[in-house]
Design a protein around this ligand. Structure first.
Ligand SMILES: Cc1ncc(C[n+]2csc(CCOP(=O)(O)OP(=O)(O)O)c2C)c(N)n1
Length: 658
């Protein structure tokens, strides 16, 4: 069943900004603010339409003001202000269960569900999470952060409701980018078959972080479909008018049914094939239209999908005109949208992207793949310089890995540039499709270690543990951006599965290789002694822990404490055995450091080796790394300090051991 108005051209809702130019921040202040009065979401249902419009404007102003100070996911949240208000006004927030996909768009929802007082603490240590969190609020029914889980989870809640004989509503709100993942379709596939009563709200803004990609996106694209529909209509008219006798009558009938003709060729076809009732497309910035569609959906007894059209960044000029930059933004000047200066240091991400371009310029086998993060993963320049060798596969990490494996079977050298946390999605593909077949796929794992404000769902804690037990893979962790660049060239030279993991943010300021291609590859399985001590303590550090370990050892030495040996391990697989043997032969106290989970990671590997080789006897080995707990959100320096992983924490541990 296809129901509802067609709102492909979004018209501005009364009282909301109609374009990037008229930002509500500059609108005249409204007399009695409503937002502070909303202490419980059920109050939203009692508001009249003009009050809802006023509330939308107040929410937008607060979001822009707060996120300009905290950083965060601004554009996604601005895009769903009216949708959030409509959902809370039609459904009963005390009973009905609302699940937000990714959850990066929930800032308005947080403000309206009893969290206003804590909103200034957004993403700060001990403050509100940037995502839904079941521990944070009874209105957060499912924790998210990674994309495309909402339909499966909502279906689970709907089935549980029916088994318990309850009758509340269950809703999933999912973006068009997140809908592209196999997981979302797996959920719809089951939902259509078992016909449970629940509602999927598709928030279609034609954007993932960047412009959305893929055939599904093309199919849903309002521009394409409008053009396509016009062309199809012209052709039909020509055909009908050419039929002698009855052609004119038929043409008249077709013209009168213009609306249904247009509706027939909509994404509704796709969802209805999956046995969802389709409502749409609905103007996602018109609260009355949204309410109408939501009420229609609530009255049905089977899966329904409401197709809502929104504008990412709605109501704040700079975000409307550059939604990708304001998807997840650092601190900025709210008046102009200009970023606050961040020091401008070269990031690991940039060093990777630059080096990959340099390598690709000379090696036509190189192709680069991202799963919906061309900017975040450092591939913007690559995509511009080598468009035929660049692939954004959408939020489809598992597919990205197997796609890379397929490319590699034919002699290409795929570099999959991906965040550590998102590669978790593709474990079997790494094992079965890449490593088992010893295919030369290079995994560039960005944001490995602590990522900070995005919190527990995004920390790159587990990559070493989920990779190091897989046969045939080589694992490398550079201590600075120069080693990262050399590591990429080394990985390319090997011709087998290879992973590099590097942290978020600025590099160490190391001098970069002038001509990467003329540098010899790094010797695999060999670390590097950076300081030779007096034998009292050896520190074996991995990747991002090397610089603070070195600094801590120097601090201790200048303080008159025995000089420690510091070795950069570089390799997790194969382990730097010669360095380990030497350390074990000359030191009784060893400190192992990694910015990854202690369970099953680098230091576990070293302990296993030392134990197996009989080198652990009479040794004191200690380790610092991420605990067996999910690390919450907060600035990376604060998290590192809390976990004892900064220079001061490492120095304290060394002092204690000495
Ligand atoms: C598994 C996974 N991969 C990548 C991401 C990074 N990510 C966060 S939001 C986003 C885009 C989501 O697009 P869409 O669902 O359309 O929502 P919008 O931001 O446009 O509102 C991406 C790629 C993620 N959170 N989870």
């Amino acid at each position: 069943m296809t129901i509802g108005p067609d709102a492909r051209a979004i018209s501005p809702a009364p009282g909301t900004a109609s374009s990037a130019a008229d930002c509500p921040l500059s609108a005249a202040p409204r007399p009695a603010p409503l937002l502070p009065e909303i202490l419980h979401p059920s109050q939203v249902a009692a508001l009249a339409p003009p009050q809802l419009e006023q509330l939308a404007a107040e929410i937008r102003a607060l979001l822009v003001g707060t996120v300009s100070r905290t950083g965060g996911h601004l554009a996604p949240s601005l895009g769903v202000v009216e949708l959030t208000l409509a959902l809370l006004s039609v459904f009963n927030p005390a009973r009905d269960k609302l699940i937000w996909d990714v959850g990066h768009q929930t800032y308005a929802y947080k403000l309206l569900t009893g969290r206003q007082d804590r909103f200034p603490s957004l993403r700060r240590l001990g403050g509100l999470s940037g995502f839904p969190n079941r521990d944070e609020s009874p209105f957060d029914h499912f924790g998210t952060g990674h994309a495309s889980t909402s339909i499966s989870a909502a279906l689970g809640l709907a089935v549980a409701r029916d088994l318990a004989g309850e009758d509340h509503h269950v809703l999933a709100v999912i973006g068009d980018g997140s809908l592209a993942a196999g997981l979302a379709f797996e959920g719809m596939n089951q939902a259509g078959a078992i016909a449970k009563r629940f509602i999927v709200v598709l928030n279609d803004n034609e954007m993932s972080i960047s412009k959305n990609v893929g055939a599904l996106s093309l199919f849903m694209s309002r521009n394409l479909s409008a053009r396509w529909v016009r062309k199809a209509k012209r052709e039909l008219e020509a055909l009908l008018s050419g039929i002698p006798g009855i052609g004119g009558d038929l043409l008249e009938i077709a013209r009168r049914s213009k609306h249904s003709f247009k509706n027939f060729f909509t994404p509704g076809m796709l969802f209805e094939a999956l046995r969802f009732n389709y409502i749409g497309a609905v103007d996602g910035h018109s609260i009355p239209e949204l309410q109408k569609a939501l009420r229609l959906a609530a009255a049905q007894d089977r899966p329904v999908l409401i197709h809502v059209l929104t504008r990412k960044g709605k109501g704040y000029g700079p975000a409307e005109s550059n939604p990708a930059r304001f998807h997840g933004v650092g601190r900025f000047d709210p008046a102009s949208g200009a970023p606050r200066p961040d020091g401008g240091a070269l990031t690991y991400t940039r060093a990777m992207g630059d080096a990959l371009c340099a390598l690709a310029a000379r090696d036509p086998r190189i192709v680069a793949i991202t799963a919906a993060m061309p900017e975040g993963a450092g591939l913007r320049e690559f995509s511009a310089r080598f468009p035929d060798r660049f692939f954004d596969v959408g939020i489809c990490e598992a597919h990205a890995v197997t796609f890379a494996a397929g490319l590699a079977t034919r002699g290409l050298r795929p570099f999959l540039c991906i965040y550590s946390t998102f590669l978790q999605r593709a474990y079997d593909q790494i094992v079965h499709d890449v490593c088992l077949q010893r295919l030369p796929v290079i995994f560039c794992l960005d944001r490995a270690g602590l990522v900070g404000e995005d919190g527990a769902t995004h920390q790159g804690a587990f990559d070493l543990a989920y990779l190091r037990h897989i046969p045939q893979i080589t694992l490398f962790a550079p201590r600075d951006e120069a080693e990262l660049q050399r590591g990429l060239a080394t990985g390319l030279s090997l011709g087998s599965p290879f992973a590099l993991r590097y942290p978020r943010g600025a590099g160490e300021g190391a001098a970069l290789p002038e001509d990467l291609l003329s540098e010899p590859p790094l010797p695999v399985g060999q670390g590097e002694f950076l300081l030779r001590g007096d034998g009292s303590l050896a520190v074996l550090a991995l990747g991002s822990m090397t610089a603070p370990a070195l600094a801590a050892a120097r601090d201790l030495a200048t303080g008159g404490i025995s000089p420690a040996t510091v070795c950069d391990a570089r390799w997790v697989k194969p382990l730097p055995l010669d360095n380990l043997k030497e350390i074990a032969a000359t030191h009784d106290k060893i400190l192992l450091l990694e910015e990854g989970c202690l369970s099953g990671g680098f230091s576990s590997a070293v302990l296993e080796y030392l134990a197996d080789a009989g080198l652990l006897r009479a040794k004191r080995v200690e380790r610092l790394g991420l605990p067996d707990a999910f690390v919450e959100h907060g600035p990376v320096p604060e998290l590192r300090a809390r976990l004892g992983l900064d220079r001061a924490g490492i120095a304290a541990k060394m002092r204690e051991m000495l």
